[in-house]
Ligand binder design. Structure first.
Ligand code: ADP
Length: 356
């Protein structure tokens, strides 16, 4: 028997097929550039249909698939756990497309295509926001008039939840201590970057907010800025809201500051050749993460481990060293620094098999 995991991104579909109960990886793949003129796949729906053809072409009988796990970006306040997909759940996920317009619709397309091919197989939605649903109210509500929360559900949701949850559980195995006895800070540094405070297995704070724009400096997203900057851009610089949205999401962060790239490898190379903007960019990236770690250490009181993951977190020991070198100064006991490769698909496969 096997479990298929489908992870639809805004222009790609990743999939992994695991044998159960061993969770051995059987096959995996990636379909990119969906919808672009030179792509074979015009839509996510079509791309997911072709995932099943690819699996069949590996000589695997798709009748052996006993469950399908889908990554769904936004589960709002409704979904706190992995959820068996029914028509009612599909309606709810569609409702949250308002909050994640680039992601929930493509996640849904993946679900619908999978239901078309394997209508009888158990399908489970695993939400990026779910792990953060334990964050207390005083931490997730913004300092706006309360109706913006009560009527419009504007609040911190947090993202990358499956990755934070996975590396926290791996850290518990590596430290040989149950999660219930650990206070951890998990730092996901990929193209998107976020950080979470995990108190005895429960997330109590995270840096991404209403959208994935808040918090750390990222590949192309700005992270925290004064919201009044946006009004200045509109009123004084004459920029339109959609132009500003594009600047904050796709032209800022490492790319915008360095003027070179969103790839940290290129920025480090330029920094070593004395590019001042590249150096500033690395200083800012490191500083923002240090600031968040210190804040989270403050709310956790003690920290047994700080865990780094994703493309930047897993491959740049020099950056990790710069971030963590002063940690021992303000914590009674210096935490362990761990680098743990993330595997959101494996976590989704495990959650798909679990009791719901
Ligand atoms: P995504 O969030 O798109 O899944 P990744 O987790 O793959 O992104 O992280 C992408 C970033 O990780 C790249 O922009 C690059 O800066 C960094 N990265 C990836 N591989 C390496 C590597 N081998 N060495 C250094 N940095 C890397």
């Amino acid at each position: 028997m096997s479990i298929l995991v489908i992870n639809c991104g805004s222009s790609s579909v990743k999939y992994k097929l695991f044998e159960v109960p061993s969770f051995r990886l059987v096959t995996k793949g990636l379909i990119e550039k969906i919808g672009e003129s030179n792509s074979a796949c015009r839509s996510h729906y079509q791309a997911v249909l072709s995932v099943f053809s690819r699996i069949k072409s590996c000589g695997i009988d798709i009748k052996d698939i006993s469950g399908i796990g889908h990554r769904v970006v936004h589960g709002g306040e409704k979904f706190k756990k992995p959820t068996l997909i029914t028509s009612k759940v599909i309606k709810e996920i569609r409702k949250y497309s308002r909050l994640a317009p680039l992601h929930n619709p493509v996640n849904l397309a993946g679900i619908l295509a999978s239901r078309k091919v394997l209508s009888k197989v158990r399908q489970v939605a695993v939400f990026d926001t779910a792990f953060h649903q334990t964050i207390p109210k005083y931490a997730y509500i913004y300092g706006l008039p309360f109706e913006f929360y009560s009527k419009f559900k504007i609040r911190r949701y947090g993202f990358h939840g499956t990755s934070h949850q996975y590396v926290a559980s791996r850290a518990s195995a590596m430290l040989k201590k149950p999660l219930s006895r650990l206070k951890l800070i998990t730092v996901h540094l990929g193209n998107g970057c976020s950080i979470a405070a995990v108190d005895r297995g429960r997330c109590i704070e995270t840096s991404m907010g209403f959208t994935p724009l808040e918090g750390l400096i990222m590949g192309t997203r700005c992270g925290d800025i004064d919201p009044a900057v946006v009004f200045y851009m509109i009123n004084r610089l004459g920029l339109s809201p959609s132009k500003i949205e594009d600047i904050l999401n796709t032209k800022s962060g490492l790319l915008g500051i360095s003027g070179l790239s969103n790839d940290i490898r290129m920025i480090k190379r330029a920094g070593s050749k004395r590019s001042l903007r590249a150096r500033l960019c690395l200083d800012m990236f490191v500083y923002r993460i240090k600031k968040y770690i210190a804040a989270y250490a403050g709310i956790l009181n003690e920290v047994q481990a700080v865990i780094f993951t994703a493309g930047i977190g897993e491959n740049n020991p020099d950056i990790i060293k710069r971030i963590t070198k002063d940690l021992g100064r303000f914590l009674k006991r210096k935490p362990r620094i761990l680098t743990i490769p993330t595997d959101e698909e494996l976590m989704i496969a495990r959650l798909t098999c679990g009791k719901l």
